[in-house]
Design a protein around this ligand. Sequence first.
Ligand SMILES: [Zn+2]
Length: 126
Amino acid sequence: MYCPKCLNNSLCMKSKGTIFILINSHKTTTSQFLYNLAREEEEDIFEHLEEKFEEFFHWYKGFENKEKISKVEVISSDFSCENKCILPPGSRFSAIGIIIDKKQFINLLTKLTKKHNLRLSLESLE
Ligand SMILES: [Zn+2]
């Protein structure tokens, strides 16, 4: 991934940290989880993700005015640049395509939105 400071492809996800989930810019108090690459496989992380999206959609489907699901963010601030750049405070980057497989993730979204009777029309995935 590209570092916003030195513009090299040297931005890496730290081996442990927190992943935050936002759907249509909404988040709940529980829509985040810790990951630890030293102790977990990517499959374990994906299972956590599935659990969190399941919870989220379960909550969201109770909304009175449900919008279609168009904007999904799976982001973390636990990134560092191999060139030791100091990243701007509050920098967050997507974990999709890094520790979460994009195709597998879109399949998951399709499955879960269907299950919860929500419309999915992705315009932005980060
Ligand atoms: Zn850098």
